[in-house]
Design a protein around this ligand. Structure first.
Ligand code: GLU
Length: 309
């Protein structure tokens, strides 16, 4: 198949939006967080950002949504930037083979979570970032504002409150890891930080642009370096192997890009050295990935030939 020479991503996005409009079976919104349960699977937005931050979008690409676990990528990058290799003494980098909020492996593995993108691993990363900065959620919000250029980007206090009210499983994970000394922030403080982090509202445009540092091999929007080239490779690699819950194999097969999904229905993806993407549609499959989101990214890499393989 001929690979397209792209002058602009706009025609590709238009084609994908037309195809997605005809997609049957779009999954269901996450209902274990009541504030997300009303999400309508018919919503769809997609944005692609060039390395220079030029962004192309289709559908509801400027509409804010709950970013949820997509934020785990940025806290990982910030913690790695602050403390480097030490982070990996506290969290692994292997796929878990279990649901994102599972407790079962933690006892066998002495309180060290398999990877930074399951909830246990993300709690550890937020703990590290909070120790290092004194304000993990604030550091994340400032970073996303700076990288996206959107100063209005903020937490959604209703979503954070909804998660706090239904946060027993995350609390259990945090307490359990604290018993292994792998969490040192007081658990109530850590949960507040983690739920704020998950509640950040942003659009496809915001996240496509804010993820640019991973396509620029660690270079931030202002030209300064956040991650070494090697660390940017590491984050992309963990996204590829662990970023889409217990379906990372199927996502790699269909899309062929490092990606990270969230239960709000967003997925970010990176074409290193070329561009970054964000797609959003709240209907999830049984594993927690946006049905229309995966389909759209599948079509993007198939039509354009842009993939890491
Ligand atoms: N805030 C959600 C939780 O902790 C994030 C889950 C997700 O998006 O994967 O359950």
């Amino acid at each position: 198949m001929a690979i397209m020479v792209l002058q602009s991503f706009r025609p590709v996005l238009d084609t994908i939006a037309e195809e997605i409009a005809n997609l049957d079976g779009r999954g269901r919104p996450a209902d274990y967080i009541p504030a997300l349960a009303a999400g309508d699977p018919r919503h769809f937005g997609m944005a692609v950002a060039d390395l220079d931050g030029t962004v192309y979008g289709v559908g509801e690409w400027q509409r804010p949504f709950s970013t949820q676990s997509v934020t785990k990528v940025y806290t990982l990058a910030l913690a790695l930037a602050h403390e480097g290799e030490i982070l990996w003494e506290h969290v692994g980098r292997e796929p878990s083979g279990n649901p994102f909020n599972s407790l079962v492996q933690l006892e066998y593995e002495n309180g060290i979570p398999r990877n930074p993108f399951i909830n246990a691993g993300a709690l550890v990363v937020t703990d590290r970032l909070h120790r290092l900065t004194g304000d993990a959620s604030g550091a994340l919000r400032d970073f996303l504002r700076a990288e996206s250029g959107n100063d209005g980007l903020d937490f959604d206090r209703d979503v954070a409150a909804s998660e706090t009210a239904h946060g027993d499983r995350n609390a259990a994970l945090a307490h359990f890891m604290a018993s292994y000394d792998n969490i040192t922030t007081p658990v109530p403080t850590l949960l507040r930080e983690y739920f704020r982090q998950c509640s950040i509202e942003a659009s496809c445009a915001d996240l496509a642009v804010a993820t640019g540092f991973l396509a620029r091999h660690g270079i931030r929007a202002d030209g300064t370096r956040l991650l070494t080239r090697s660390q940017a490779k590491q984050v992309n690699a963990v996204m590829l192997t662990c970023g889409t819950y217990d379906a990372a194999g199927d996502f790699a097969y269909r899309v062929g890009l490092p990606g990270k999904s969230g239960v709000g229905g967003a997925i970010i993806a990176v074409v290193p050295g070329r561009c970054t993407l964000c797609v959003w549609s709240p209907g999830l499959d049984a594993r927690g990935n946006s049905v229309a989101g995966v389909a759209a990214l599948d079509r993007f890499t198939t039509i354009t030939g842009l993939s890491v393989f």
